[in-house]
Design a protein around this ligand. Structure first.
Ligand code: NAP
Length: 239
């Protein structure tokens, strides 16, 4: 399969790339940074892993940069929308510029990518698959994450409706909802804050990044051909 993945420079994104490449797929990865991890993986899979540096806050150029310059004539089988930023603060401090930038990266560009991915799939008669990475914060709520969680709620609603709208063409859309993971995104939290979050899970531990990547891989596979419009929770049993 040809799979477009966003946010590949580190964390969950690079774990998803490793998994999909090991399965023999071709991966087209986007992030701003051409990280050492990306370079290593490119050296390992020179004919299957392709990287393009793009800033997803530049929503207006999604089509030109990603679909024309990067993908060009590639026929896509799947889109994994993983890139995101977390603008965290309490609501009374809400800053419009920060909110807009986060929505451009987390919501508006992913919606435009979905638009052009579906057009690409239809044009090439592909029964494609779309996966968005959400967050458990959209379901449980955390102090300071209202704005970030709202961007994930928007994606979840968008995915459900994508599934309804394009199911007739056998294009599926699902969401993976991870719990708290130990990545760069959560690096600012203190050990005490992390402990408090772990205590809210059944397994009393962080969500494993590879467990999220494995779930993405399953949802893209033929074994998931009857699954669409769903949110799959990979969250150590957050309560
Ligand atoms: N960490 C958690 O606890 C947690 C929990 C639930 C859900 N999630 C979700 O899981 C997904 C992966 O998060 P992570 O933990 O792996 O975060 P991360 O380590 O911060 O990685 C985020 C990725 O997104 C890319 N990105 C950020 N801003 C971008 C932009 N403007 N343009 C292009 N790429 C951009 C980053 O690359 P560059 O900086 O190089 O551009 C990076 O590759 C996200 O959707 C996140 O919301 C995370």
């Amino acid at each position: 399969m040809n799979i477009l993945v966003s946010g590949v420079s580190r964390g969950v994104g690079i774990a998803i790339c490793k998994k999909l490449l090991a399965e023999g797929h071709s991966v087209y990865g986007i992030s701003r940074t051409h990280s050492d991890e990306v370079k290593e993986l490119q050296a390992q899979f020179p004919n299957h892993f392709f990287f393009y540096s793009f800033d997803l806050s530049d929503t207006e150029n999604v089509r030109k940069e990603i679909f024309k310059n990067f993908l060009n004539q590639i026929s896509l089988d799947a889109l994994v929308n993983n890139a995101a930023i977390a603008y965290d603060d309490i609501i009374t401090n809400l800053n419009y510029e920060e909110l807009l930038k986060m929505y451009q990266v987390n919501v508006f560009s992913p919606m435009m990518m979905t638009k052009y991915a579906i057009r690409n799939m239809i044009l090439n008669h592909k029964q494609g698959s779309i996966i968005h990475i959400s967050s458990i914060s959209a379901h449980t709520g955390y102090k300071g994450l209202a704005m970030y969680a709202s961007s994930k709620g928007a994606l979840e609603a968008f995915s459900k409706n994508t599934a309804r709208e394009w199911g007739g063409k056998k294009i599926r859309s699902n969401v993976v909802v991870p719990g708290f993971m130990d990545t760069a995104m959560s690096a600012t939290l203190s050990d005490e804050q992390k402990d408090r979050i772990y205590k809210r899970t059944s397994l009393k531990e962080a969500t494993d990044v590879d467990s999220v990547a494995d779930t993405v891989s399953f949802l893209l596979s033929d074994g998931a051909k009857s699954i669409t419009g769903q949110c799959i929770f990979v969250d150590s049993g957050t309560i």
